[in-house]
Design a protein. Structure first.
Length: 242
């Protein structure tokens, strides 16, 4: 079994449930374009093992209703909206898309996380194309930084550099917002993909054709840290972009 996580993180960006639903729906549809079989039947994450649970449509009204039903607390507009949807099958690949976003509190940054659990190492399209998943997340949510990583890759980078949870880092691919991208050195061992907003994805898998080793990922993090491209998001977390 293989677990790969793709996530993006950003500072406070106040958004109402309809705005969040629009971004969330675009991401879910983008995932369906990458792997329609795995991302074609979304249910509330807590009901992922219940085949009788009703599906959640990926249009704005349905996702808005889902966000409001799963966040009934009156302080949700302040602390943010938290929810998760799952698709896929445990015998092939399971996909979970979670968000914590839209509030005005600046205690923790906002985030969107796509969890990919493959029954067999590396055979799932979404796992192989994890950088495409990261690009889709970036296009929909506009994070400050993001990455795709396996558990082994995350632990290796954390151990090497002693990074706290939520600190910018890179795995098998990394996204850096425009201010960070301006500091990225040339010549890293991956494909450079520029985003429409001026950010940068550094893809160490080269389009899913290679799997970088732990040493390569660690060295890329070392170079990005030395260049200042992985500076922590300033606290309080009241800036959208770095």
């Amino acid at each position: 079994m293989l677990n790969v996580t793709v996530h993006g993180l950003w500072g406070v960006r106040k958004e109402d449930p309809q705005e969040l639903a629009g971004r969330w729906g675009r991401l879910l549809r983008a995932l369906g374009a990458i792997d329609a079989d795995a991302c074609g039947n979304w249910r509330a994450a807590e009901a992922e093992d219940d085949p009788s649970a009703p599906p959640v449509e990926v249009d704005v009204p349905a996702l808005t209703d889902h966000l409001l039903r799963t966040n009934p607390e009156p302080d949700a507009p302040y602390i943010g909206y938290t929810s998760s949807l799952s698709s896929g099958r445990p015998e092939t690949v399971r996909v979970t898309v979670s968000l914590n976003a839209g509030g005005s509190a600046n205690r923790v940054p906002d985030s969107c996380v796509v969890g990919l659990t493959s029954a067999a190492d590396g055979d799932a399209e979404l796992v192989r194309r994890s950088t495409d998943v990261l690009e889709a997340l970036v296009a929909c949510w506009g994070p400050d930084w993001g990455e795709a990583y396996s558990r082994e890759e995350f632990r290796a980078v954390k151990s090497e550099f002693g990074l706290r949870a939520g600190a910018p880092r890179g795995g098998r691919s990394v996204y850096l917002s425009p201010g960070r991208a301006a500091r990225v050195p040339e010549g890293l061992p991956g494909t450079y993909i520029r985003t429409a907003e001026g950010g940068l994805v550094v893809d160490l898998t080269r389009g899913g054709t290679e799997l970088p080793g732990i040493e390569t990922i660690t060295e890329v993090n070392r170079e990005l840290l030395a260049a200042g491209a992985l500076e922590p998001l300033p606290a309080p977390f009241d800036r959208v972009m770095y």
